[in-house]
Design a protein around this ligand. Structure first.
Ligand code: SF4
Length: 99
């Protein structure tokens, strides 16, 4: 997992760049429901991720959220994906872009 992501790719700190977050289904939920804790492993971790992803499934800003997460988020569930799923998507995009 890349931890040295280039922050230059973050959107500028303008309200418009983050307005979509106000429409997310998760906006009234605890942030903790979307992030894993080091001590949570195995089936419990998978269950937590699936529960968070279920919230994302009907989210009206899922596409924006996923694109944001693919650019800069290395932890947690964003846009209906886990961190490892986003790593896979990034790899596939790099392969597709190279061909
Ligand atoms: S896609 Fe998921 S994480 Fe993103 S705003 Fe919607 S509910 Fe929240």
């Amino acid at each position: 997992m890349r931890r040295d992501r280039d922050i230059a790719r973050l959107p500028k700190p303008l309200l418009d760049a983050y307005e979509w977050q106000d429409r997310g289904r998760c906006r009234t939920l605890s942030v903790a429901a979307f992030f894993d804790f080091e001590e949570v492993r195995g089936r419990e971790r998978a269950t937590r991720s699936e529960t968070a992803k279920a919230v994302c499934r009907g989210c009206p800003v899922r596409v924006q959220c996923l694109e944001h997460a693919l650019a800069v988020e290395d932890f947690g569930v964003w846009g209906g994906t886990t961190a490892s799923e986003r790593e896979l998507l990034r790899s596939r995009r790099q392969v597709a872009d190279a061909s």
